[in-house]
Design a protein around this ligand. Sequence first.
Ligand code: FES
Length: 118
Amino acid sequence: MSQPIRVCTLADLTPGEGLRVDTVIPPLAVFLTEDGDVHALDDTCTHQEASLADGWLEDCWVECPLHASRFDLRTGEVDEPPAKRPVRVHDASVVDGEVWVTLSTAVPNLPPGALGVS
Ligand code: FES
C-alpha cells in the first residue's frame, strides 16, 4: 500500500472546481464539491487526452470537457460513451487544512497515446 502524499492545501481548491496536480505521474485531478467533499482521480480522461480538472462538476460527477462523458467522483464509473472505461480513483483526506492522497495501486485506464501508452 502506498503512503499518503500531500498534494495541495484545502485553500488551493475552489468549491465546484477541479485542480490538476502534475507532481505525480499520471497527473491527478483533485475536486472540492459544493458539499465540501474532496475527491482525487486520475486527471486524464479514459477516452482521449483531456484534463478532467478542466471539466464541469455537478454533485459527485465530473463531465469531461472534450466529449461530455461523466465520471462518478466516488467510484470513477462512467455514465455513457464515448468513454467506456472508469477512471482510477484515489483515497483523499483533509488533515489540518492539507489534502492528502493515497495513490491507488490499480493499473490506470489511460487512453491510447497518453504517457506513451499504446
Ligand atoms: S476525451 Fe473525455 S469523453 Fe472524449
